[in-house]
Design a binder for this molecule. Structure first.
Ligand code: AMP
Ligand code: MG
Length: 494
């Protein structure tokens, strides 16, 4: 049912009711000086919320969780997590709250969740707040990912709280890491759910020796929410579906050169959506050893490691589910992950390179097309080209000119062999974006936004959320970082 302006939207609390031991009741503090920073009007409409109403004081009260339908039961969710390989049994929403679940006009159920909403019993010494720059960053990158067709949490709004908080600088290369006062902000996040591998780990910890406790209930909630076609009690099927979703997701990240940055088990969802845009970034040159996060001192979450790290996280999920599934059977599912990932990667690269039909042709053609795909990352890395511009040039440019300009003989040879296939260039134009959010461009826009001018941020947001639309803005805002620029460092927990 669409919501009627003047009435507070109905929020459901299925998670809070079904799993009382996995959350604590939490009512966001008053937000006196709050102001709307960005509102995603299109998403609001899809959710059945009236954008004009969201701009009223009542609407802002809804978006800050301070004016909710009395039946709502906002909670901070508990979860565990392997962070950089080490297990933290009790993480949870240290600066976030699940306001509740909303039923959309299209019949979906989504979480309405605030990030930066104040300290909770899970804050562990953190202040519970979030700064404007990182929340605007998540809003823009998550919406760009959605526009690129990648499963992801969404961003409904960013609200300036009017409060000052202390944080290291993350956007100005000259002041990076220096502590300073920053403006507080809340991100209103919309997700299929906030159930994570870490949620299952937490449920397992709360489980008693007997088969009573939250583990089965949590998995039932996840199944109903994300995989309703599965029969009740089919935990192995649920695990297989999560593995497939994650294989598909990480294949999309890899084809787009996306580096998530903190692939802890608490940042790996059961829904298959990307979650938590802290220290993420897109590669420009395809260097597989690239990572950006300031806290990732050994490159655990570098670009090339992402598929195996996701598999590692899925192994932790399997362990947490062992009480309810046969160990051999779930082990076999886990072992199927590399093949599932490879299928997804080949399918995405087939589309990227206009070779989808060749991948489904006779075995000989398929083998040659597969070899071309497999050779490309190394060939592109050696050539040192911007990967996005390279794909785009393949789709749009005169092939002979592209071959002549390729910087290495290997790449010239690769382009010639690729051209012999008569790839489907029209199909390529549908999947190769004309713009991705470049960190150096985004950081400059965030700096200006922090100084009070939202203009460049909104212009970039508009461009990256229409990544297949050509315009002068797109061409200007998609410039790669200068080759001699210092590697971008990104920060999480900020
Ligand atoms: P994240 O890096 O956002 O995935 O956060 C990892 C964990 O740290 C989660 O449990 C967060 O709730 C918690 N956390 C991050 N920043 C803060 C903060 N400023 N105050 C309290 N908890 C935080
Ligand atoms: Mg997180």
């Amino acid at each position: 049912m669409p919501h009627h302006p003047g009435q507070l939207p109905t929020l459901h609390h299925h998670f809070a009711s079904a799993l009382p031991e996995m959350s604590v009741s939490y009512t966001p503090r008053s937000a006196e000086g709050a102001e709307l920073g960005v509102l995603n009007e299109k998403l609001a409409e899809d959710l059945g919320l009236d954008p004009d109403w969201l701009r009223t004081p009542d609407g802002l009260g809804f978006l800050t969780g301070t004016r909710l339908d009395p039946a709502a039961q906002p909670v901070a969710q508990g979860y565990s997590g392997h962070q950089f390989g080490g297990f933290s049994p009790r993480l949870g929403d240290g600066r976030a709250v699940l306001l509740g679940e909303l039923h959309t006009p299209a019949g979906r159920t989504v979480d309405i969740h605030l990030k930066g909403s104040g300290p909770t019993p899970f804050s562990r010494g953190g202040d519970g707040y979030a700064a404007l720059g990182p929340m605007l960053r998540e809003h823009l990158v998550s919406e760009a990912m959605h526009a690129l067709g990648v499963p992801t949490t969404r961003a409904l709004a960013v609200i300036r709280t009017g409060e000052q908080i202390v944080r290291p600088n993350t956007t100005d290369p000259d002041k990076a890491g220096v502590f300073e006062h920053q403006q507080g902000a809340i991100l209103v996040r919309v997700a299929s759910s906030h159930l994570r591998v870490g949620s299952v780990q937490y449920a397992r910890l709360l489980q008693t020796e007997q088969h009573t406790g939250p583990l089965a209930r949590l998995l039932d909630v996840a199944r109903e929410r994300h995989y309703p076609h599965l029969p009740q009690g089919d935990y192995l099927g649920l695990y297989r579906a999560v593995c497939q979703g994650q294989a598909e997701l990480v294949a999309q990240w890899m084809r787009l050169g996306f580096v998530h940055g903190v692939l802890n088990t608490d940042n790996t969802t059961l829904s298959g959506e990307t979650i938590d845009y802290g220290p993420c970034a897109f590669l420009d040159r395809l260097d597989p050893d690239t990572w950006f996060s300031s806290v990732d001192t050994h490159g655990r979450y570098a670009y090339r490691n992402q598929p195996s790290i996701i598999m590692w996280n899925l192994a932790r999920l399997a362990e947490a589910m062992l009480l309810l599934v046969d160990v051999e059977a779930i082990g076999a599912e886990l072992e199927g992950f590399p093949a599932a990932y490879r299928r997804a990667w080949l399918a995405h690269m087939g589309r990227t390179l206009g070779l989808s039909a060749h991948l489904q042709a006779d075995p000989a053609t398929r083998d040659v097309a597969t070899a071309l795909i497999d050779e490309l990352p190394g060939t592109l890395h050696a050539a040192g080209l911007d990967m996005h511009h390279f794909y785009r040039d393949l789709a749009y440019r005169d092939l002979a000119a592209g071959t002549a300009e390729a910087p290495t003989p290997q790449l010239r040879d690769w382009i010639a062999r690729w051209g012999d296939f008569r790839p489907d260039r029209a199909a390529m134009a549908e999947v190769n974006p004309l713009i991705i959010p470049r960190n150096h461009v985004l950081n400059a826009a965030l700096n200006t936004a922090e100084a009070g001018d939202m203009g460049p941020y909104l212009r970039l947001l508009d461009a990256v959320t229409h990544p297949f639309r050509d315009s002068a803005d797109v061409r200007e805002l998609d410039r790669p970082a200068p080759p001699d620029a210092a590697k971008t460092t990104t920060y999480c927990g900020t």
